[in-house]
Design a protein around this ligand. Structure first.
Ligand code: BES
Ligand code: ZN
Length: 871
């Protein structure tokens, strides 16, 4: 192809005065389809030549031109049906070509520079590798293409690179040819073909000096799949856990959903610089190395679970995301909500389902409830966006998963499975919508979901008020719901809430009237009889609906449930509610009555029937942030001191128990199993309480644990306890830890986080010093999140009344934005909570946001988050 040098830079420059808003209602099918694409990459970090050959076909009767998306691309050459053309034009980054007929071959050539791609979207370099990230709109940074998920193509990829630097060349699908060919100077090439048509966001390519942990899996129909997890040579030993999780997940999807893997190859590559957790590219998943690498010396139990959960999640996308993909990005929850639900169920099946549910609900409350209560609230299927990267939110993911879970609850196991069969069979190979999913549920489950659809339309966390009246033989439970106003949605309709409830006889412990009540209207009354005395209400069992529950239950009721409820989640919840009520009373009164909590925790600690993993969760106080979320005005200082004193009371009242629990769960050799994980969790929770009761003694115990530990969970448990205190052991341990792991970036991330999360009064200063530490970096998203992200969720430190925390966050966001706008934008919502604080903090937080918005050249990612946060 002849060369036509032209300057067609799409802007990365100033945030447009009025950035373009994309609306769901404006969806139109694509004007042109691309059934086939052949890509040819001449790879080198400084300059990679990308040649693309697209077969394009007109979609429907229209005379509109072909529009190919491009972002920061300069075409070197354009040809149609084999002939160079010059009459193409460029319109806001798009390459526009008028085409006469209905089917053509369009060829383009561009040169891109992976080495300077700090955004980590498109083709970029990470630790000597070349790799891609295309979801949501990264493919347009590689080549010109209709970069939207409803254009599905068959991909053929040829790539050539220097053999010494890039001995391994991977892409989607099957490796069909390799060779040294005609390329001189030590170059080699590989060709890959993916037989499954896919949207551009699932394209992937990796080149580098990688080594594989190889294994295989035989599917339920007897096909053998070659599995490979590709990492640096030195890291191969850390991939066993990920490989085991992958095989377990593959079997699970066959057993539970009847879905088997469809290609002959499934590869995973771990990279160090990655904006997200991992990415489900067809046949070639690319992972943040923190979700692949694990061994006892460097990964905690939480890390091990994270690896298994994310490996499963990305694998499950092969059906919920790849075989059935999204029509447009407003449908993101179609694949993400469903797939999160699938990975949650998978993990629940691998260990304690009760503890898993507690963790998931805790996560939902910490991030999604906050989002729903603030300026960035949106439904799980948003109506508009400026930058789609900002809509990979807790709402789309976690609330989206709760919505699928409610469908599962309403339908039951078997009918839900029948419905997912309908969904997968009906839409296989298509780009579908959330509405398609709901209709498959209706058709397969013979259920009317008209009201249920409101979960896709309305933002805001519903409040459910439950009151109980009892007289003579009659008990009446009244349920009332309301949905708070959210930006753009002042008035709400009632939601369909599946509410699991039961009544428990206080004297006999007998449970009656257990049911799933489907609340469809604002209010309902449920009548029961047969209780001699007022029974105790157990409500939203298993957290059956993602709502905030308000009840008239007394301290005695909650204490009773905390000791006797047979639903483990409800039991946990009763204890938490008791703690929350106590903390809120203490914040408003200045001092609290700790007796009820002390007794409930005491009873939980000595209950021989309880799983230690459950006990460890149940005796933990709600986080300071969660207490703040329950208050009209968040007072971080009072919350911190109320929580510290309740913690102290628990530590002292049960000192002997903490000692006993600590000892009885010590001196065990490391094993990654539900029982041993539970034991380590209990041990480290006990250690925290020991240190709260007696700092010096606790620090000695912690240092001993730190030094003797044969695993990272115990090492970090000890370091976390030490980091909150002011013993000399703290400095010793922090220095030893850094020294030991100086060459392991994932562990050094922990070293940053543990300091950023410290409860010490000087944490703000410590973080201000750490952003200048030689190991801090703006170019590695893990490192940035480990320090700045962790600090922004440390309520007492971040919300110091002098505003130092806000200024630091604004400064870091502004510094990161030109390097990696997507990661920078993720940090903005911490400042968006300003309405929840007192006037002084409000002013300081707004000033920080204004400083961000007024920065010249701001990305639209950060601009959208900051301007919406200011409201
Ligand atoms: N498809 C996403 C990856 C992604 C996230 C692409 C954001 C573009 C923008 C992937 O399937 C995903 O959801 N990853 C999660 C982890 C998962 C276990 C929830 C992530 O990266 O955080
Ligand atoms: Zn996902």
């Amino acid at each position: 192809m002849p060369c036509v040098m032209l300057d067609v830079h799409s802007t990365l420059a100033a945030a447009p005065a009025a950035p373009h808003v994309v609306r769901r209602e404006d969806y139109r099918p694509p004007d042109w389809l691309v059934p086939d694409i052949a890509l040819d990459f001449d790879l080198a970090p400084g300059a990679t030549r990308v040649s693309a050959k697209l077969s394009v076909t007109r979609n429907g009767a229209h005379d509109r031109p072909l529009r190919l998306d491009g972002d920061a691309l300069t075409p070197v050459a354009v040809a149609v049906d084999g002939k160079a053309i010059h009459d193409w034009r460029s319109e806001s980054g798009q390459l526009v070509i008028d085409l006469p007929g209905d089917a053509h071959i369009v060829e383009t050539e561009v040169v891109i520079a992976p080495a300077t791609n700090t955004q980590l979207m498109g083709l970029y370099a990470s630790g000597g590798l070349l790799c891609t990230q295309c979801e949501a709109e990264g493919f347009r940074r590689i080549t010109f293409f209709p970069d939207r998920p409803d254009v599905l193509s068959r991909y053929t990829v040829r790539m050539a690179a220097d053999r010494a630097a890039y001995p391994v060349l991977l892409a989607n699908g099957d490796n069909v040819a390799n060779g040294d060919g005609i390329e001189a100077g030590g170059r080699h090439w590989a060709q890959w073909t993916d037989p499954f048509p896919k949207p551009s966001y699932l394209f992937a390519l990796v080149a580098g000096d990688l080594h594989a942990n190889r294994d295989s899996f035989t599917t339920m129909s007897g096909r053998v799949v070659e599995l490979g997890i590709w990492v640096r040579a030195a890291d191969v030993a850390k991939t066993a856990h990920a490989m085991a999780a992958l095989k377990t997940a593959m079997r699970w999807d066959e057993d539970v959903y009847g879905r088997e893997y469809d290609l002959g190859v499934f590869n995973i590559v771990a990279v160090d610089d990655f904006n997200f957790g991992a990415m489900e590219n067809k046949g070639l998943n690319i992972f943040n190395s923190r979700y692949i690498l694990a061994d006892p010396d460097t990964a905690t139990d939480v890390d091990y679970d994270g690896v298994a959960g994310v490996v499963a999640h990305e694998y499950f996308h092969n059906w919920s995301g790849n075989r059935v993909t999204c029509r447009d990005w407003f449908q993101l929850s179609l694949k993400e909500g469903f797939t999160v639900f699938r990975d949650q169920c998978f993990m629940a099946d691998q260990g304690s389902a009760a503890v898993k549910r507690i963790e998931d609900v805790r996560g939902l409350r910490a991030s999604q409830f906050q989002e729903d209560a603030g300026p960035l609230a949106h439904p799980i299927r948003p109506e508009s966006y400026m930058e789609i990267g900002n809509f990979y939110t807790a709402t789309v993911y976690s609330k989206g998963a709760e919505v699928i879970r409610m469908l599962h609850t309403l339908l039951g196991d078997e009918r839900f499975r029948a419905c997912t069969d309908v969904y997968f069979e009906r839409h296989d190979g298509e780009a579908a919508t959330c509405e398609d999913f709901v209709r498959a549920m209706e058709d397969g489950g013979d259920i009317d979901l008209a009201r249920f659809r409101r979960w896709y339309e309305q933002a805001g966390t519903p409040r459910l008020k439950a009151t109980l009246r009892h007289s003579n033989d009659k008990t009446v439970v009244t349920l009332e719901q309301s949905v708070p106003p959210t930006p753009g949605q002042p008035v709400k309709q009632p939601m369909l809430l599946p509410v699991r409830l039961a009544l428990i006889d206080r004297d006999t412990g007998a449970k009656r009237g257990e049911q799933l009540h489907v609340l469809e209207d604002e209010r309902a009354e449920l009548s029961f009889s047969g209780f001699a005395t007022r029974p105790v209400l157990s409500i939203n069992r298993g957290f059956s609906a993602p709502v905030v529950v308000e009840t008239d239950r007394s301290q005695a009721d909650l204490a009773f449930l905390s000791a006797h409820d047979d639903d483990p989640f409800a039991r946990y919840e009763a204890t938490q509610q008791l703690m929350l009520d106590t903390l809120i009373a203490a914040v408003s009164a200045g001092r609290g009555d700790h007796a009820a909590v002390v007794n409930a925790v005491g009873a939980t600690l000595v209950d021989p029937l309880l799983d230690p993993a459950f006990v460890a969760e149940a005796v933990l106080l709600p986080s300071e942030a969660f207490v703040g979320d329950q208050m009209l005005v968040v007072d971080p200082v009072s919350i911190a001191s109320a929580r510290d004193s309740l913690r102290m009371a628990l530590a002292q009242a049960h000192a002997a128990e903490w000692q006993r629990l600590y000892k009885s769960h010590s001196d065990r050799a490391f094993e990654y199993s539900p029982a041993e994980k539970g034991a380590r969790r209990m041990r480290n929770v006990a250690l925290g309480y020991l240190a709260a009761a007696d700092e010096a003694d606790g620090a000695r115990t912690a240092l001993a644990q730190f030094e003797a530990a044969d695993n990272m969970t115990d090492r970090m448990g000890a370091l976390g306890t030490l980091a909150n205190g002011s013993s000399t052991a703290r400095d010793v341990a922090l220095a030893a830890f850094h020294d030991r792991y100086r060459d392991n970036a994932l562990v050094i991330d922990k070293w940053f986080s543990v300091q950023a999360l410290s409860t010490r009064p000087d944490t703000g200063d410590a973080v201000a010093a750490l952003v200048r530490h030689a190991d801090f970096s703006l170019t590695n998203p893990n490192r940035f999140r480990a320090l700045v992200g962790a600090f922004s969720v440390n309520q007492r430190a971040f919300h110091g009344s002098d505003g130092q925390g806000y200024a630091l966050l604004a400064e870091q966001i502004v510094a990161l934005d030109p390097i990696n706008p997507q990661t920078a934008a993720k940090m903005v919502p911490a400042l968006g909570r300003w309405r929840r604080f007192d006037e002084g903090r409000q002013a300081l937080m707004r000033a920080a946001l204004e400083r961000i918005v007024s920065t010249p050249g701001l990305s639209k990612d950060v601009f959208e988050q900051a301007s919406k946060s200011l409201g």
